[in-house]
Design a protein around this ligand. Sequence first.
Ligand code: AMP
Ligand code: ZN
Length: 144
Amino acid sequence: MSSCIFCKIISGEIPAAKIYEDDLVLAFLDIGPINFGHTLVIPKEHHESSSTIPEAVAGRMFHVGSRIGIALKRKFEYDAFNLHLADGTAAGQVVMHAHLHVVPRGVEDGFRWNWRQLAYKEGELPAFAEELAAKVAADLAKGE
Ligand code: AMP
Ligand code: ZN
C-alpha cells in the first residue's frame, strides 16, 4: 500500500532501526518507546487488521515478538515484557498496518496498563460465553 508508513519502512523508502527480518515479518524499534527497546513486529504484507493476517504469518509475529521480549530481558535486564496489538481505531490503533508491540517492562518502571474490570450480572457470564463461542465456531468453520 503506497501511502502506508510501515509499507514504506518495508520497502526502504523511509528508515527504521531494524531488529529482525525474514520473508514474513519485520521488526524495528518504535520511535516513541514506552520503555527503551520497545519494538514493533509487522507482517511484510499490508494488513490493516490482525484478523486477515494468514495464520503462519501471525504465528511468526508472535514467535518473533516473544523472542525479542526474551532478548530485551537478557540483554538489558528488564524483568518482563508486554505483547500488545491494537486492532481498530477505538482500540488505539493509529498506524493502520497491523503491528505487534513488544514492550519491555521493569518491576518499578512507573508504567501502568490501566485495564478496568467490570463484573457480569448474576447468570450473564455463561450466556455471553455460549453466544460468543457459537459465533467463533461458525466463523472458524467458514474459514473466516
Ligand atoms: P498503535 O497506536 O498501536 O497504532 O502504534 C503505532 C506505533 O507506531 C506508535 O507507538 C508509534 O510511536 C509508532 N511509529 C509511528 N511511526 C513510526 C516510525 N516511522 N518508526 C517507528 N515507529 C513508528
Ligand atoms: Zn502497510
